[in-house]
Design a protein. Sequence first.
Length: 185
Amino acid sequence: MTKFGQTDILLKVGDITKEEIDAIVNAANSGLMGGGGVDGAIHRAGGAEILEACQEIRQTQGTCPTGHAVITTAGKLPTKHVIHTVGPVWRGGKQNEDALLRSCYQISVQLATEAGDTSIAFPSISTGIYGFPIERAAPIALHAVYDAVVNGSSITEVRFVLFSDRDYEIYTHTLEQLLSDNQLP
Ligand code: ADP
C-alpha cells in the first residue's frame, strides 16, 4: 500500500460497482443520461434513482461540461455517493485533454470532501470509449489525485479500480516510476 501524505492509495483490478466505499466516480458524458462502459454498469447496478438524480441536475443546471463533475445518490450501490465526471474525448492531445483529465480527478476529490466522504474509488477516466491513451492518462490521474489529497482534503483512502490486468499493470508501473523518480514528493 502506498501513501500520498496521510492518504492510502490502492490499485486493484475489479468492477467499481462492487466497491464498498464512500464515493465512486463515474466516467460519465455531459448529458448525464447514462451510456456505455462504466457509466452503463453504474446505472444498471445502482438502479433508477441515480438516473433520476442526474435528470434533476440536468433540469436545474443543464449539461455537465468536460472536466467538471456532479454528485448524486448511489441508489442501490454499496456506496454513499456517485460522482459523475466528464472526461475529455481524446483528439490527438493538443486540445487541452491533459488539463481537462486532471480537472476531473481534482474536482471529484473536492466534491467528495464537500460531501463529507473519506474514501473514494476511481475508474480510469477517458481511457475506454473516449480513447485517451492509458499510458498518458495514468501519470495524470496519479499526479492529480496526489495534489488533491495532500492539499487539504478529508480523503483517507483512494482506490483506483482498474478493469483489466493490463490497465492495472500500467497504473502500477506508472506509480512505481513516479515514486522512484521522486516526482511525488
Ligand atoms: P470513457 O468514455 O471515459 O472512456 P469508459 O466507461 O468507456 O469511459 O471507460 C473508462 C474505463 O472504465 C475503461 O478503462 C473501462 O475499461 C473501465 N470500466 C468499464 N466498466 C467498468 C467497471 N464496471 N468498473 C471499473 N472500470 C470499468
